[in-house]
Design a protein around this ligand. Structure first.
Ligand code: C2O
Ligand code: CU
Length: 465
């Protein structure tokens, strides 16, 4: 190459550097590789370290190690299962190669005790994601098998100390402060609202405190890893704006359209704020506000910093005129509409429902049927209408794709229709979502209230190449 040209390129590069557009390398040379080992660890979930609970963790840490990559990189995770039951890892929200999606029976065989599996996939979107066990997840996730997966922008937007991930989980503790393992699989949880905890941790700690610098901008990445609890949060209390949902950056930072905002199981919400005064984040779904994380603010007030800017998500928009129309009716559960329910090809009657532990159905079928909900040619737009005929809210998750929520119970959604991978649907609500089925393979569509998924709320669809 002509040296005058390369010198010019160099100068342009360094000028940009001076403007603080530091670039990260997404080359394969720096491709991140991680090792995860799932195993049983006794760990405290309360302030007293001597009060230990039988948790199951990745690399002995709660949450599992924070995995970071840069948009476009190929991530390798060598996984070993040292649990006494089979497992797998799902990379929630990553639009990845189907073979790496971590769904036993659909995309891979479960990883048996003592066995290993290597996951390798590209991360196409910058944002907040997470990983978790996807076998017996109502127990494995509830015991701690999850962690954050952060995909950074190609250009550094905020330094790591201004980028805070909050992995929020609720736990059901007994009166001694120990994880209540006896109630795993309780039929009342499976047929009602799922397993709710009575204790909240952030990044594995009951009373997490962060020290912030006054005047600096912070990105808070909230991840709800609860089995079934919908967290209610009010970001207006510390003047935060929303910059992303479910790992996809909004076109513009947005004010909360109402308060409190709901963050369903598996959902993420990224907030941006400038640190001013000390505050607490409170969980507002219970009868009393429950403060669960505190932010101290120190330093002088005159730190003049520009508000950081984020590159909006860039996903193909569905074409509604040409879309495949699909309808999904959710039924069953306590107090809900009961329909004739098929499970493994048989109609379940009376006591069989309880024996099979199947309480919920999608279009009259409990759990994975042999036939997919729909099959679409790659690139086809899908218009999916979901009708909730149960008496409970649900957090519906679509694997391998993001979608827009177009309307809820006939009302159009006036929030810019952000991309999501998980949406909340209330009792008796009808929700209309749409997306482009552009990722070939077999993908799950299920409720992320993990007891509901185990008790029937699971289906799948196929995108053909
Ligand atoms: Cu985060 Cu199929 O799940
Ligand atoms: Cu549900």
């Amino acid at each position: 190459m002509n040296s005058a040209i390369s010198r010019r390129v160099f100068l342009i590069g360094s000028a940009a550097g001076a403007l603080n557009f530091r670039s990260r390398s997404a080359s394969s040379a720096s491709a991140p590789a991680f090792e995860l080992v799932a195993r049983e660890v006794d760990r405290s979930l309360v302030a007293d370290p001597a009060v230990r609970s039988p948790t199951w963790l990745y690399n002995g840490s709660l949450p599992g190690p924070l995995l970071r990559a840069v948009k476009g990189q190929v991530v390798t995770v060598r996984f070993k299962n040292e649990l006494s039951q089979p497992t797998s890892i799902h990379w929630h929200g990553i639009r990845l190669d189907n073979a790496m999606d971590g769904v036993p029976g659909l995309t891979q065989d479960p990883v048996q005790p003592g066995s290993s599996f290597e996951y390798r996939f590209q991360v196409p979107d910058a944002g907040t994601f997470w990983y978790h066990a996807h076998e017996q997840s109502w127990e494995q996730v509830a015991r701690g098998l999850y962690g954050a997966l952060i995909v950074d922008e190609e250009q550094v937007v905020l330094p790591p100390e201004q980028d805070i991930s909050l992995v929020v989980d609720d736990w059901r503790l007994n009166s001694e402060g120990v994880l209540d393992t006896r109630s795993f699989g309780a039929l009342s949880d499976w047929s009602h609202g799922g397993r709710m905890g009575n204790w909240l941790t952030v990044n594995g700690e009951p009373e997490k405190v962060f020290e912030l610098q006054r005047g600096k901008w912070y990105r808070l990445r909230l991840i709800n890893t609860c089995n079934a609890r919908i967290l209610a949060l009010d970001p207006t209390r510390f003047r935060a704006q929303i910059i992303a949902y479910d790992g996809q950056t909004l076109a513009e930072p947005a004010e909360a359209p109402y308060a409190p905002l709901l963050l369903g199981p598996a959902q993420r919400m990224d907030l941006l704020f400038q640190a001013q005064d000390e505050f607490e984040l409170e969980e507002l779904s219970g009868p009393q506000p429950f403060p669960f994380v505190r932010f101290h603010v120190g330093g002088e007030a005159n730190v003049a910093t520009r508000r950081p800017e984020f590159v909006p998500a860039d996903l193909p928009d569905p074409v509604l005129d040409d879309a495949l129309q699909v309808r999904l009716e959710m039924a069953g559960g306590a107090m809900g509409k009961q329909v004739e329910m098929r499970y493994n090809g048989e109609v379940l009657e009376g006591e069989e429902v309880i024996e099979a532990r199947q309480f919920w159905s999608f279009n009259g079928v409990a759990n994975l049927a042999e036939a997919p909900l729909f099959t679409a040619q790659r690139g086809r737009s899908i218009s999916l209408t979901i009708v909730n005929e149960t008496a409970f809210p649900h957090a519906m998750h679509l694997h391998g794709h993001h979608f827009r929520v177009l309307s809820r119970s006939e009302a159009s959604v006036d929030d810019g229709k952000p991309w999501r991978d998980t949406f909340l649907i209330g009792p008796s609500q009808t929700t209309h979502i749409a997306f482009v089925a552009d990722n070939p393979g077999r993908w799950l569509l299920h409720c992320h209230m993990l007891e509901h998924a185990a008790a029937g709320m699971n289906t799948w669809f196929e995108v053909t190449a």
